[in-house]
Design a protein around this ligand. Structure first.
Ligand code: APR
Length: 280
């Protein structure tokens, strides 16, 4: 009965099964969740990778703990450390990676149902992902306000402050609050659109999770919303969350850029991908 056992055990899905699903039109509502790991190739370190991640480099700033640098309570009395690292995190004129281009290619092929990014660098939109297909769950650098009175602060003055590593202060008399980019700090709530968009995950017929340790809620809970039977692909240097625990999950361990290139090769999209990336 060993032969019987072998035929009965369901075949563990692999990349080819995902590629076939996309090729024969069974995956047209792909939901994607991305994190800092898709921008390391663009020159922005992630947070938690050992030695190269930001959180391993903050000791000189004397923080109570690394994530305090992004906590609203700490920022309200000590904004200097955030501005000491702001320039290194600000996208400036960085080029998107081929992984960002792959997201734009999915959108171009009408396969991107929705993209949740935890990143604040905005490189997805720079690569060509339409604004109505992406939610910056943790905000982005595109605007800034006084953390205290919420008054808007001019973009040119903000760019100067970031470049100089200095704290910009509110221009309103008697306020004196520090100005903060419209990035969601720990202790703050996500954009209200986040709740509304969770239905996109419920409608997904494929989920792609890339470049995230899935350590921060509520984004870390999104992969669990995927319906049973819908494949979830992880492209990441390491295991993340419960990806790999479901029968249909496929884990591609390694860099995001290599992973999307492997998918593009198997899908016959490689040339289109490289052209899209070159033009980004
Ligand atoms: N290719 C594939 N995986 C990578 C790459 C790469 N080039 N670079 C890093 N990784 C992986 C790391 O192994 C790690 O699992 O990406 C993940 C990055 O995890 P984090 O540094 O924790 O970043 P992220 O998951 O986006 O953090 C979530 O935490 O600090 C807060 O608000 C901040 O949005 C951030 C949130």
């Amino acid at each position: 009965n060993t032969a019987q056992q072998v035929t009965n055990t369901p075949k563990k899905p692999d990349i080819q099964s995902i590629v076939d699903r996309i090729k024969n039109g069974k995956a047209t509502r792909i939901v994607v969740l991305t994190g800092a790991g898709i921008s390391t190739g663009a020159g922005i370190p992630d947070f938690r990778s050992p030695t190269t991640g930001l959180y391993d480099k903050l000791a000189p700033l004397g923080l109570p703990y690394p994530e305090a640098i992004f906590h609203i309570n700490y920022f309200s009395h000590t904004p200097e450390p955030f501005y000491a690292i702001a320039r290194a995190r600000h996208p400036g004129n960085l080029k998107p990676t081929v992984t960002h281009a792959f997201l734009a290619l999915l959108a171009k092929k009408n396969l991107l149902h929705f993209l949740f990014t935890q990143n604040i660098d905005g490189l997805e939109q720079d690569a060509g992902v339409p604004a109505d297909k992406v939610l910056w769950t943790h905000g982005n650098w595109k605007s800034q306000h006084c953390y205290k009175c919420k008054a808007h602060y001019p973009d040119d003055l903000m760019r100067k402050a970031i470049g100089a590593g200095e704290v910009p202060y509110c221009l309103q008399d008697e306020c004196g609050g520090a100005v903060k980019p419209d990035v969601v700090f720990f202790g703050q709530s996500l954009p209200i659109e986040f709740e509304k968009r969770q239905k996109e995950v419920l409608e997904a017929d494929l989920m792609l999770v890339m470049g995230t340790s899935l350590k921060v809620a509520p984004c870390s809970r999104l992969p669990c919303l995927v319906r049973e039977g819908v494949p979830r692909i992880l492209i990441n240097n390491e295991k993340a969350g419960d990806l790999g625990n479901r029968g249909e999950d496929v884990c591609m361990f390694g860099t995001c850029d290599d992973g999307v290139r492997r998918l593009a090769d198997a899908l016959g999209w490689r040339e289109e991908l490289e052209t899209l990336w070159a033009d980004a």
